[in-house]
Design a protein around this ligand. Sequence first.
Ligand code: NAD
Length: 260
Amino acid sequence: MQIRLHGQIAIVTGASSGIGRAAALSLARANARVAVNYHSDADAARALVDQILAEGGHAFACKADISDPGDVERLFAETVERWGAVDILVANAGLQRDAPAAEMALDDWRRVIDVNLTGQFLCAQAALRRFRAQGRRDVSRALGKIVCVSSVHDVIPWAGHVNYAASKGGVAMLMKTLAQETAGEGVRVNAVSPGAIATPINAEETQGPNADRLLKLIPYGRIGDVEDVANAVTWLASDLSDYVVGTTLYVDGGMTLYPS
Ligand code: NAD
């Protein structure tokens, strides 16, 4: 079954690379208009916008630090100014600043929580305010959809990455609480939690000799692709998942089946 998002307007954060890029492309190919948020790589964001436009879609690039409330407000305002509404938020932007807990710099703890958790909260808050103000519903009558990109480390501890695991554990409860609070209005909030997905940032772990170690943790026997995650995001943003509320979809080849 083909997913169609005709007339829907989406914001994807951290969309100039990796999973966000694939999600933006997938939503655009389902005919959504896509605001491509980026933090630093303007060339990559522009290249993605050019690709979407060349394929006959609609997109524009918007620089914003999602941990900054003013930037988030501007991201939503620019999208509304251009297209009149926002129907879908994919809260994807995230980062890692790894260190053993005893050695972790407070700045690295704060930055990861600020971007991965507070950033998702700020974007979700802006989206909810917008959904309410515009009062516009999709074919299945949803007032708006939010997809949080979390991680298998929202349930699997990750030694050496305490800031990251704490931020994603926080995203799990952020998502569920937002879903419970807003479902009655017709908002659907869900999460996609990727396992090991090959992106430029983790090439060292997902390719070459290190990949074998990783593969032992994945029952399905392969490293994931960004498209695996993008497909799940697009489904959760569409009316095909209309009765799915407050759930986490693990896109992990079964990684979460092993006890941690
Ligand atoms: P990535 O580094 O390619 O993408 C992250 C994006 O977020 C980048 O484009 C980066 O510029 C952007 N970003 C960082 N800080 C930002 C900020 N303050 N404001 C706006 N944008 C910002 O890595 P990815 O693997 O595609 O990660 C995307 C999401 O998927 C992240 O939330 C990550 O935690 C999650 N994830 C990835 C994997 C994986 O194996 N790749 C696994 C689980 C979860």
